[in-house]
Design a binder for this molecule. Structure first.
Ligand SMILES: *Cc1c(COP(=O)(O)O)cnc(C)c1O
Length: 357
């Protein structure tokens, strides 16, 4: 029986990617060896890494001058790596936009290494909107933002033109839409939301912003270490990189980011349309800041929670419970989620209202 997987992360991957990945665990490239038992320096695996890096550059249409890394430690390790690599050792200063739990954690880690300005926050409204109209001081070493707030269901639809390097945590919306990625100087994303299994983190950096901090950086935390060794300074997470590469191939073969964005917008329109027209539900995020990836909503009458939960569970829906900081429900509709599964959820919402409304 098909399960409709709305999990926030780790989350849904394309069926064909899962099939190819499981085949490669048994017999990779016809070698009669498993992908996870061969040397990461074998030509077969080096080809995987090369293709993954090339696909990232192709899909995001990155110009010359960017490096792409597949690291470990999750997006959470990037909270400190960004600060240690980019904050000046003397009077280092950075600006952070606080749009949620992950942004707050990034800010907290950076504070260990310099003066961190929280230039705007939506905390007083439980992060249900994206602050706008803030000023980014010109003398900061970088500006950090979070493009999609996985827990609160908000997404940035505009990015300021900053003089300072623009750094963005795109963990939960990387590869979800077509835009000008060359305005970013550093992008990072844990793989497990929209790209692959947990275990690797994609980091993209404009080379010219590195090497300017005047700070001693531990070898493993220094981006330059990993760039020089093509993400093979130490053993890379071979399985996670391989599955991420397969997902990138899948995006490329299905029309790239313009086609993915079109599908994501159709899915988002379908579910938000139901939330807005159904009298039993209410969305939690401000409409103009709604996420294409994580759709957060509440039941207007919490007394009917058990009835609604029973109905979506009976429809083979998984992972719909909201994060404890928001409550209610969260439908994560990442790239691999087919619109048919979104329709199943919408049909359950309609049936629920017919029965209890
Ligand atoms: C999940 C998530 C993180 C944390 O990722 P880990 O890989 O678990 O460290 C950071 N930022 C955002 C936006 C996320 O959604």
């Amino acid at each position: 029986m098909k399960v409709h997987n709305f999990s926030a992360g780790p989350s849904i991957l394309p069926q064909e990617v899962l099939q190819q990945a499981s085949d490669a665990v048994k017999n990779f490239d016809g070698l009669n060896l498993s992908l996870i038992e061969i040397s990461h320096r074998s030509k077969n695996f080096v080809a995987v890494m090369d293709e993954a890096i090339a696909l990232v550059k192709k899909l995001l249409k990155l110009p010359e001058g960017y490096s792409v890394m597949f690291l470990q430690g999750g997006a959470s390790l990037q909270f400190t790596m960004v600060a240690q690599n980019l904050l000046k050792a003397q009077n280092g200063k950075a600006a952070y936009l606080n749009t949620g739990t992950w942004a707050s954690k990034a800010l907290k880690e950076a504070k260990l290494f310099g003066e961190i300005l929280e230039i705007a926050s939506s905390k007083d409204k439980n992060f249900n909107f994206i602050p706008k109209g803030y000023n980014i001081p010109e003398d900061v070493d970088y500006f950090h933002c979070t493009s999609n707030n996985t827990i609160f269901g908000t997404q940035m639809h505009d990015f300021s033109n900053t003089k300072a390097p623009l750094v963005c945590d795109m963990s939960s919306d990387i590869f979800c839409r077509d835009m000008d990625y060359s305005k970013f100087d550093l992008i990072y994303a844990g793989a497990q939301k929209n790209m692959g299994p947990a275990g690797t983190t994609l980091v993209i950096v404009r080379d010219e912003i590195l090497g300017k901090s005047g700070r001693e950086i531990p070898t493993m935390l220094n981006y330059e270490t990993h760039i020089k060794k093509e993400s093979m300074f130490n053993t890379p997470p071979v399985f996670a990189v391989y599955v991420s590469m397969l997902t990138l191939r899948w995006i490329d073969q299905n029309g790239g980011l313009p086609a993915i964005e079109k599908k994501n917008r159709a899915k988002a329109d379908l579910i938000y349309g139901e939330i807005d027209s159904n009298p039993m539900f209410i969305g939690t995020a401000e409409k103009e800041d709604r996420s294409l990836m994580n759709v957060t909503f509440l039941l207007k009458d919490d007394a009917l929670k058990d009835e609604f939960d029973a109905m979506w569970k009976a429809a083979n829906i998984n992972g719909l419970n909201g994060h404890r900081d928001v409550g209610g429900y969260r439908a994560s509709i990442y790239n691999a989620m087919p619109i048919e599964s979104v329709q199943v959820l919408v049909d359950v919402m309609k049936a629920f209202t017919k029965k209890f409304g």
